[in-house]
Ligand binder design. Structure first.
Ligand SMILES: Nc1ncnc2c1ncn2[C@@H]1O[C@H](COP(=O)(O)OP(=O)(O)O)[C@@H](O)[C@H]1O
Ligand SMILES: [Mg+2]
Length: 229
């Protein structure tokens, strides 16, 4: 199975003023293979979001290397990184991050703006992506006309539309009640069964246990990495 993302001896240090530094990651080695469903779990402040930023090439490590499909990303310009991100990675966030007063369909089509697809093709892809997440009947609704769980489905449809190599979800159930949260996790499981690679960041054990592999992080270091049956 081919390696999608590889982190090697990755550290990340944030500078707070002249002489205060925070070591958010302290030497992380992590490979994510095509087709995996990995949960990253750890308490608040353990470095989960920082790690997600590394996996999602949203930020460069302080030291160590990050490779996306075998390619070291450290020398790439911000413009090139943005292009790679857009092509390879679909992001899902706790707060949905949808445009208000904009239909579900238009929200989902947004990542295709620079794709070169015609308006008609963008619309067809957007409709297909909304159907995949079970929102075929809600395409014209704006975020305020949708429940939290439905809004997160729109965000997932938006992440899927470019057919990314990897879906990266940071606490996607954090703003949802437990029923809506369970539905989102079921959807992520289905998407994984259909071949999508998923990395899910959470601080909740029950949610992490729905994945096929659990990577546990504490104080910026991986303290366990287990496959579950
Ligand atoms: N942009 C930043 N500037 C300074 N410190 C940060 C920044 N982002 C995160 N940190 C610090 O790095 C550590 C890890 O944070 P984070 O990755 O957000 O953890 P988690 O997502 O597990 O809660 C924390 O001590 C946090 O305060
Ligand atoms: Mg976080």
């Amino acid at each position: 199975m081919s390696v999608l993302i590889s982190l090697s001896k990755v550290t990340k240090t944030y500078k707070l003023g002249d002489d205060v530094e925070v070591s958010a990651l302290r030497g992380v080695d992590l490979n994510i293979n095509e087709g995996e469903f990995v949960a990253i779990i750890g308490p608040s402040g353990s470095g989960k979001s920082t790690l997600m930023h590394m996996i999602g090439i949203l930020d460069q490590p302080t030291t160590g290397t990050v490779e996306l499909e075998g390619k070291n990303i450290s020398k790439l310009t911000e413009e090139k990184l943005a292009e790679l991100r857009n092509k390879h990675i679909g992001f899902v966030f706790q707060a949905f991050n949808l445009l208000p007063r904009t239909s579900a369909l238009e929200n989902v089509e947004l990542p295709l703006i620079y794709s070169g697809d015609s308006a008609l093709v963008r619309k067809q892809k957007g409709e297909e992506s909304l159907r995949v997440v079970g929102l075929g009947e809600r395409m014209d609704h704006t975020p305020s006309q949708l429940s939290g769980g439905q809004q997160q489905r729109v965000a997932i449809a938006r992440a899927l539309i470019t057919k990314p190599s990897l879906i990266l979800a940071d606490e996607p159930t954090g703003n949802l009640d437990s029923k809506a949260g369970d539905e989102i996790i079921s959807l992520l499981k289905d998407l994984n069964k259909q071949g999508n690679t998923i990395v899910l960041v959470t601080h909740e054990r029950e949610i992490a246990e729905q994945a096929k592999r659990i990577v546990e992080i504490k104080d910026g270091q991986i303290i366990s990495d287990k496959k579950i049956k």
